[in-house]
Design a protein around this ligand. Structure first.
Ligand SMILES: [Zn+2]
Length: 473
């Protein structure tokens, strides 16, 4: 296997050639959602770009094993172990139990992923499944002198490390800002950067989920989850760890600290981070304006694939500015694109030479630090070339294994939903109005007659809460 992929590694702050530990195989880990709320489309951007990375690896021939955790315990509202427990907050808000909240939002998350053509990782593991693994690793850290007990909790001692800020150049000044914002600084910590591995004493007397441990009844900290779940399924080494840039500090920094202290060797070689989605005012926050979810976009009539294309048009290491105007433009481009591909005749001879040429160009774009907008340019270039429909169709189908935009099926799906010429459409709408009027006058015989007339023409009417809808039979 040729190592073609070049990607940016947050650890070295450079674009590097990707070389997996075991030839032909990739062990990949993704920090999963904290399932206390719907995912924001900014979070979904990370999952789309991580999906692109996984599919690129598979496309160029790697055998990928990808693992993701589901955070259903222990994540406080500040990533630095302070504030409220996120799961508890969700449960209180909706008057449900923590496990009900976890189930509901886990399903919602995978619903969004399905709409966005994001492949489900090979292993998905909720944190609450792995309590004994967490305890085992924390015990190991205690034995090696990397953890201590204070005020009833177990903390990781960052002063025992040669270097703590391996992923970022964190200056003392930035740290002070962090502390200033943080009103509830934990007095039990020996060092400002120490973090909780296991809570027994917390502010949350109402914490629902608790387990026995050698240090008393309690629950795990957030960071320990990812270290243990990855070790459980991928072993002591992994090739690529993914997440959003906001995970770099403290979450990923703490993951590296505890994993390498426990294992006694380097843990993960490549760190892949996706940048923020912003709005015009800067970083999109959940408290500002409307909370942008995929369901909200769908309710406004946007196809989730349009949001996926919007993300793919921009590089994962650049901030992406969201606006409905931008989404409308992408939506129009998407309509045109799938119509063009959907009307290609797929029967016929595929020109193998041209197929190989474009496949190579497409791979080259992706292998250049996942240049997805360039990969889409290759798609457009290919469609413009004078060659058989069958070759174009085969290429579009092949590219879609990575792009995940339903390129060859979206148009047919829309057609099946009932695209008709404008004249027929106005005829149908007029008939619907006529039927509405008939019903209002309680002339149900006429209403039924109109329905059957349309049915004879292959049009089915449906009475829905949003009014009468029609589709092709
Ligand atoms: Zn994580």
């Amino acid at each position: 296997m040729e190592n073609k992929l070049r990607m940016y590694n947050t650890l070295s702050r450079k674009v590097e050639q990707f070389v997996p530990k075991e030839e032909g195989k990739v062990a990949m880990y993704t920090c999963g959602p904290t399932v206390y709320h719907f995912a924001h489309i900014g979070n979904l951007r990370s999952y789309i770009m991580e999906d692109l990375l996984e599919k690129t690896l598979r496309y160029i021939g790697y055998d990928v094993k990808r693992v993701m955790n589901i955070t259903d315990v222990g994540h406080l509202s500040s990533d630095a172990d302070t504030g409220e427990d996120k799961m508890l907050k969700g449960a209180k808000r909706e008057h449900k139990s923590v496990m009900e909240i976890a189930k509901f939002y886990t399903d919602a998350f995978f619903g969004d992923c399905g709409d966005l053509n994001i492949k489900t990782p090979d292993v998905v593991e909720p944190a609450t499944n792995c309590i004994s693994e967490f305890i085992h690793v924390i015990e190991g850290l205690m034995e090696k002198g990397y953890a201590y007990e204070s005020g009833g909790n177990i903390y990781f001692d960052t002063s025992k490390l040669k270097e703590y800020y391996v992923l970022s150049n964190h200056s003392e000044e930035e740290l002070l800002v962090g502390v200033r914002e943080d009103v509830d600084e934990d007095v039990n910590k020996r060092n400002k950067t120490d973090f909780v591995l296991w809570f027994t004493k917390s502010k949350f007397d109402s914490q629902e989920l608790k387990w026995e441990s050698p240090w008393g009844t309690g629950y795990p900290g957030w960071h320990i989850e990812c270290s243990c779940i990855s070790m459980k399924h991928l072993g002591e080494y992994m090739d690529i760890h993914c997440g959003g840039v906001d995970n770099i500090f403290p979450h990923h920094t703490n993951e590296i600290a505890q994993s390498e202290a426990y294992l006694g060797h380097k843990w993960c070689n490549y760190w892949f981070h996706v940048h923020h989605l912003n709005d015009k005012s800067g970083k999109m926050s959940k408290s500002k304006g409307e909370f942008l979810t995929l369901s909200l976009l769908k309710s406004k009539g946007y196809d989730p694939k349009v949001y996926r294309l919007f993300c793919l048009q921009s590089h994962y290491r650049k901030p992406l500015e969201f606006s409905y105007e931008a989404l409308d433009n992408i939506g129009a481009a998407y309509e045109k694109l799938v119509r063009r591909i959907g009307t290609l005749k797929k029967e016929g001879q595929v020109d193998q030479e041209r197929f190989g040429y474009y496949r190579e160009r497409f791979q080259e774009a992706l292998c250049d630090d996942l240049n997805s907008s360039m990969a889409i340019t290759v798609l457009y270039d290919m469609l413009k070339e004078d060659m058989s429909d069958a070759t174009k169709h085969a290429l579009a189908e092949s590219f879609d294994q990575v792009l995940g935009l339903d390129l060859t099926v979206a148009y047919r799906m829309k057609e099946a939903e009932g695209e008709v010429d404008p004249e027929t459409e106005s005829y149908i709408l007029a008939k619907i109005e006529e039927r509405k009027a008939a019903k209002k006058e309680k002339n149900f015989a006429l209403a039924d007659q109109i329905r059957s007339e349309l049915l004879e023409k292959g049009i089915v009417l449906e009475d829905t809460r949003e009014g009468v809808k029609w589709k092709k039979a």
